[in-house]
Design a protein around this ligand. Structure first.
Ligand code: HEM
Length: 845
């Protein structure tokens, strides 16, 4: 069998070689080129990176030369005039693409926009891409996504570099930024970074694994593409790998499309838009077309931009004088009180020239994308037969000293200041019909990101040694050594990004640490704050009215007394539920949910007469109760977290974490829920004092419920950590005058001291200039009072951070504080609980 195979191979090779030799002899006037071997042609002479190998060959054989890749003729163009000839006179003839194995599997059998042959199908795809995905209108509509992703990058760097120069690795951050930008445009999802769409962690992991493999295989060389005989074998298993990955990516992309089709995601994304088109033109906008477009956006639109940014930063680090000039331009034209936006870019000529110069020296597609002649044509007088692969060496043309005076290999953005418009000589995005349709998007992303990196940070090399500029293998000409650099947040930008990067949760602890450094009264650069509900509404008539309603009609002693029955009943229900099954001995119980139910049910019964938690949800349909609980859960997740846009006006323009939209949805649901309750009461014309939903705002509900449950949980946790206190409380409960319960009150006070549920109260805003501790506090300053820190001040409290002096017992309850505006316990309290005889007695009665 193996001898038979061997002989067949030999015969086929011999025949092919004869054919090749005959062909090359027959074809006169081909561009010159190096001698070649039978069967493999010049493949043995090719070394990576190919653009450099081709450049060397062009020095010997001329600006238009030919090679044989196995049995396929390849013409390499290395002059601007010849490139222009390719994309003007020969533009249509050369608008085809050669087919490779990778295109069969990861290019939907070469039907995607990048790979599809010139013709009606390509024209349609190109129209869809340019009009419906990459048009200026669409790109503008995705502006917020770009800004948000770039700001996340800035924020991440700010966190790493706020305390002076710190070493940072840029490649992964830039790559995350471009992948997230494109995927959010495509599907509304973020797949990279710690703060990736948390609901889709597994999906994000799958996506990252698939794209990693895809990018690696997309750049793989397959000898079978050129040596037809090798096509029969899959020597290194490439075809199998490609088959496997194509199935995985296809099912992943189908999942994304189905999710949008089933309405689980309903946003302004590329998929939604294409699905709308599918409804009117189902025959053309098939799922396969949509999947192909997503794939193209991912492969063509991500690495290209992040690689360019890495080169740009490397050049700036090797030329600090250029970096300095760019910074000065930003300072002069933009100033320090707002961050650069896309609309500012036209003012920043030098920054744009830096980007052009990076495009020139480091084009992300150094050989463009291979073209194929659909019929015979000529190039600089040479014959280019039908089915020839044409490669344009943009990298070499961009370094041609005849085209670029003033030392063509040096990084000099100034060369673009000349009036002749040297930028027109750039081939970075190709030319003609198949030029890059994403150029506008790429240029905007690269320039804005670079501008912000220069505006917000100081940069320097790790050592005095220059950054290594060696290129690696790969389709997009990446740097061989990933860029690592020293980075520091600019002092001036503390004012623009404020000190938010310092605000690591829990914020009150961070503020405490800052107060240790800057004194008891210190400032951070936070700006305006604007709310209208009772606890955050501005001081004035509206607030006075709300406050009056609140204290007289809702929380007055008389009203509270009238609800005593509800409170007592709910507390008894909690005690009963705890005592059930506890008579036998200690049992492990989860306390947080029980306390939350207690407080929610108490308040909601006061508000609307309804119980939404527990098995007996009186007077409430199970569905209504579930709706309520869901809204409250969402509210707990988002409603109380801080939003960067509240503090940095420029960030308000972006939905920094996508939370604005989520909060809006929660707000709408909550509004509908409360409106339903009010309407229900209105229609029943109930005028009892048992429930008055119209009086209660969401803020009151939130404030009363969460803070009470949190405080009780802290109190119980303290008691568990201090059994002697618990023991004493038990004893005194039996001995004390039950109307006083002084010791119990002290326990609660001590809990409120160490674990105030609102550790920084609520933010106050100065209505006019005033002084605090002798410092000037301007109008519109947010004032936070760090009650948590004051409660632990050793000048005020002896043994200030201890609940009780002696600790007894085994493992203590974890007392770590959670994040968020309200200071709940990080870990929900679980404890051993056993009913005391008195309870058994009461319930048996
Ligand atoms: C710095 C970033 C980028 C560079 C340097 C770049 C460069 C190129 C080049 C050289 C071509 C081939 C031109 C030719 O065949 O002669 C191309 C094609 C293409 N690029 Fe880009 N590109 C970039 C970013 C993008 C982005 C952001 C997108 C979309 C999101 C994109 C989508 C495409 C598509 C779809 C094609 C194929 C066009 C066709 O065959 O008709 N590119 N790009």
């Amino acid at each position: 069998m193996s001898i038979f195979l061997y002989l067949s191979l030999l015969t086929i090779s011999f025949l092919l070689t004869l054919k090749l030799l005959f062909k090359s002899r027959a074809l006169k006037n081909l561009p010159p080129g190096p001698p070649y071997l039978p069967l493999i042609g010049n493949l043995h002479q090719l070394k990576q990176p190919f653009h450099r190998a081709f450049y060397e060959l062009s020095r010997k054989y001329g600006k238009v030369f030919s090679l044989w890749f196995g049995s396929r003729l390849v013409v390499v163009v290395s002059s601007q005039t010849a490139a222009q000839e390719c994309f003007s006179k020969n533009d249509i003839v050369l608008a085809n693409r050669p087919h490779f194995l990778t295109g069969k599997y990861i290019g939907y059998n070469n039907t995607t926009l990048v790979l599809s042959p010139y013709g009606d199908h390509w024209r349609n795809l190109r129209r869809i891409a340019t009009l419906e995905v990459l048009s200026t209108h669409r790109i503008n509509s995705f502006l917020e996504i770009r800004r948000d992703e770039i700001m996340r990058l800035v924020q991440k760097l700010a966190q790493e570099c706020s305390n002076g120069f710190n070493k940072v690795e840029l490649r992964s951050k830039l790559s995350e930024m471009t992948f997230n930008t494109i995927m959010r445009m495509v599907s509304g999802k973020r797949y990279y970074g710690e703060d990736c769409d948390v609901t889709d962690v597994e999906e994000a992991r799958r996506f990252r694994a698939i794209t990693k493999e895809l990018v690696a295989l997309g750049g793989a060389n397959n000898p079978g593409d050129f040596i037809s005989v090798l096509r029969w074998f899959d020597f290194d298993g490439l075809e199998n790998k490609l088959k496997r990955i194509s199935k995985r990516i296809d099912s992943f992309l189908q999942g994304l499309i189905d999710e949008h089709r089933n309405g689980k995601r309903n946003t302004n994304t590329m998929i939604d838009h294409l699905l709308t088109q599918q409804q009117s033109h189902p025959e053309y906008y098939t799922d396969q077309i949509i999947k192909g477009l997503i794939m193209v956006m991912l492969l063509a639109g991500t690495d290209t931009s992040s690689v360019t940014l890495e080169w740009a930063m490397s050049n700036l680090l090797n030329h600090p004088e250029i970096l300095e000039r760019a910074r000065k331009e930003i300072d002069t034209k933009i100033g320090q009180d707002h961050l650069i936006d896309e609309s500012d870019i036209s003012k920043l000529n030098y920054l744009q020239n830096i980007v052009y110069e990076t495009f020139r020296l480091h084009p992300a597609a150094p050989l463009l994308v291979p073209h194929l002649s659909s019929e015979d044509c000529t190039l600089e007088g040479y014959k280019v037969p039908q089915n020839t692969i044409v490669l344009v060496n943009a990298w070499a043309i961009h370094r041609d000293p005849k085209l670029w005076s003033d030392d063509s290999t040096q990084f000099k953005p100034e060369r673009f200041e000349k009036e002749e418009g040297e930028a027109n000589n750039l081939l970075t995005f190709g030319m003609g019909r198949r030029a890059c349709p994403g150029a506008n998007l790429a240029q905007r992303t690269v320039t804005l990101t670079l501008g912000l990196l220069i505006q917000c940070f100081q940069w320097k090399r790790i050592t005095s040694q220059k950054i290594d500029m060696t290129e690696d293998k790969g389709l997009t000409m990446p740097k061989k050594i990933p860029l690592e650099t020293m980075c520091r947040l600019c002092d001036e930008q503390f004012a623009t990004i404020g000190n938010l990067h310092l605000l690591k949760p829990p914020v009150f602890r961070t503020f405490y640490a800052l107060s240790q450094k800057y004194g008891p009264i210190f400032s951070t650069k936070h700006l305006t704050y604007n709310n209208t509900v009772v606890i955050t509404s501005p001081y004035g008539d509206h607030w006075r009215n709300l406050r009056r309603i609140c204290s007289l009609e809702i929380l007055s002693t008389q009203r509270l007394n009238s609800f005593t029955g509800i409170r007592r009943d709910e507390t008894a229900r909690l005690v009963r539920s705890l005592s059930e099954g506890l008579c036998e001995g200690f049992t492990r119980v989860e306390v947080r949910s029980k306390l939350t139910e207690l407080t929610f049910n108490t308040i909601m019964r006061m508000v609307s007469g309804k119980r939404y938690y527990g098995e007996e949800c009186d007077g409430t349909s199970a569905e209504e109760a579930k709706k309520f609980r869901d809204v409250m859960d969402d509210m707990a997740k988002f409603g109380l977290s801080s939003n960067l846009g509240d503090f940095v006006p420029v960030v308000r323009l972006f939905d920094f974490s996508g939370d604005n939209r989520k909060l809006q949805i929660i707000g709408e649901k909550m509004d509908a829920l409360f409106q339903g309750l009010i309407d229900e009461h209105r229609s029943k014309k109930e005028s009892s004092n048992k429930s008055q939903p119209e009086y209660y705002t969401d803020q009151i509900i939130k404030g009363l419920i969460m803070t009470s449950a949190i405080t009780i949980e802290w109190a119980l946790s303290n008691l568990l950590n201090h059994p002697q206190v618990l023991e004493k409380a038990n004893r005194l409960l039996e001995e004390d005058d039950l109307t006083k319960l002084t010791y119990l009150h002290n326990i609660i006070s001590e809990t409120l001291r160490l674990y105030p549920a609102a550790p920084m109260l609520l933010p106050h805003l100065s209505a006019q200039d005033c002084t605090l501790g002798g410092y000037h506090v301007p109008r519109n300053t947010l004032v936070f009072v760090n009650a948590w820190a004051i409660h632990r001040d050793p000048d005020l409290w002896a043994q200030s951070s201890t609940f009780m002096p002696q600790r007894i017992g085994e493992e203590e309850v974890d007392m770590t504080e959670g994040h968020g505006t309200l200071m709940s316990k990080a870990i929900p309290l679980e404890a051993q609980c056993k009913a005391r005889p008195i309870i058994t007695k009461i319930f048996s009665q």
